[in-house]
Design a binder for this molecule. Structure first.
Ligand code: 25A
Ligand code: L14
Length: 342
């Protein structure tokens, strides 16, 4: 039996980093030690882990000595700069930022969809974008049966995706509005309270946002099929936790709504909540804090021969980020793909 790895959480003071620590604890991840890193700003702060506090250390190029496995969620810049140093020190990196996702040398993994891609990792494994993760968990079992040709998705994304400061902004704006004060905007270009913003991440030359193009490119890479056409509209809504998505798919072979419900109820990581007569359908308030991806409102698209509509909801900080990263780490250990150094 191999020894347990020393694990680092990089960005441990952030919304995702804290959830990573919580998830490692809840799943009793077999670490011999867990260490917390963030920027100099947070060094010396405490973050809770297993009933105690970890003292946050400043991340430097030399931090990775003696660390076997690092979970990064400190933004793309930090990942670009520090992940190569981690790999040089013999550490395996599971990276939650967008920095390495489309790199041909880096597997992009959702454990329910493409666990086999972990086998060719060269030190870095990328964790996909939150909106993409919950969508592919549902698309994969349907693709296996009916071969998906095209996906049209609109997202309704929670503010927690942007981090703690955005959670605070929504809270504050709601209070300001009820007190008839002027609304302060720091994180988003417009008021998010009682509003919807068709704008997530930066705009690109093709007038799509980067978030929308992540859904296109990452879906093809994870599903291992460049022929799946995806078009996306990503929208920020005034919800704290849980992304919702309206997803329309066109398949080669017809799948009825009834068949889709049966296929999805057998699939890993999915809970079907679909009983319209009883008002049962997925909601962000049900998904918050849960591990499963919820799917419902499954209907045949009556405008085409082989099409389905559905509503997919998951906790963006858990399955969309921290949980998926920890599941990847668990699989790396099971597959013996981490070298435990001491
Ligand atoms: O580039 P990307 O990939 O698009 O990612 C951008 C951001 O999106 C989040 C994550 O934010 C990331 O920073 N994110 C990424 N993937 C996500 C996903 N799938 C995702 N969110 C949801 N789903 P976050 O808030 O979760 O985490 C930020 C953490 O990163 C630490 N960090 C930043 N730079 C670092 C670093 N750690 C090491 N080295 C660096 N160079 C950051 O720690 C946090 O833990 P921190 O010490 O910088 O900040 C701790 C606290 O300080 C406050 N604060 C933040 N910025 C400032 C500030 N205070 C003063 N001035 C500031 N400029 C915050 O309150 C924070 O809690
Ligand atoms: O992982 O909601 O690429 O603002 C970047 C922005 C995740 C969420 C990523 C947001 C994200 C995000």
């Amino acid at each position: 039996m191999a020894k347990n790895p020393v694990v680092a959480v990089v960005g441990a003071t952030g919304a995702v980093g804290r959830e990573m620590l919580k998830t490692l604890e809840q799943r009793d991840f077999p670490a011999s030690e867990v260490r917390a890193f963030a920027s100099a700003r947070s060094a010396g702060k405490r973050v809770p882990f297993k009933g105690q506090d970890l003292i946050v250390e400043e991340l430097t190029e030399d931090s990775f000595k003696g660390i076997d496995l690092a979970l990064f969620s400190a933004g793309g810049g930090t990942s670009k700069k520090f992940a190569p140093h981690a790999v040089k020190a013999g550490c395996v990196v599971v990276d939650n930022s967008s920095a390495w996702r489309m790199d041909d040398e880096v597997p992009l993994v959702v454990p329910e969809v493409n666990p086999e891609d972990l086998n060719w990792h060269k030190g870095i494994i990328a964790n996909p974008n939150c909106s993409t993760i919950q969508m592919v968990v549902v698309l994969k079992p349907l693709h296996d049966v009916g071969k998906i040709k095209r996906v049209v998705v609109s997202t309704y994304q929670a503010v927690s995706g942007t981090g703690q400061k955005a959670i605070e902004e929504l809270e504050k704006q709601v209070r300001q509005i009820f007190n008839m004060q002027e609304v302060e905007k720091k994180v988003y270009p417009y008021q998010i309270a009682f509003n919807c913003l068709p704008h997530i991440d930066v705009f690109l030359d093709n007038d799509y946002t980067k978030e929308e193009m992540k859904m296109v490119n990452e879906t093809q890479k994870i599903m291992g099929d460049p022929n799946i056409k995806v078009t996306a509209t990503a929208v920020r809504v005034p919800v704290f936790y849980g992304h919702s998505e309206s997803v329309n798919i066109e398949t080669e072979k017809k799948i009825t709504a009834k068949e889709a419900r049966a296929i999805l109820s057998q699939a890993p990581g999915i809970k079907v909540l679909d009983n319209p007569k009883e008002n049962i359908y997925p909601l962000a308030i049900f998904a918050a804090g849960e591990d499963d991806t919820f799917v419902g409102r499954i209907r045949e698209d009556e405008t085409i021969e082989c099409g389905l509509n559905m509503w997919i909801v998951a906790d963006n900080i858990r399955k969309g980020a921290a949980l998926n990263a920890v599941q990847i780490a668990e699989l790396l250990l099971i597959k013996d793909l981490v070298r435990v150094q001491s």
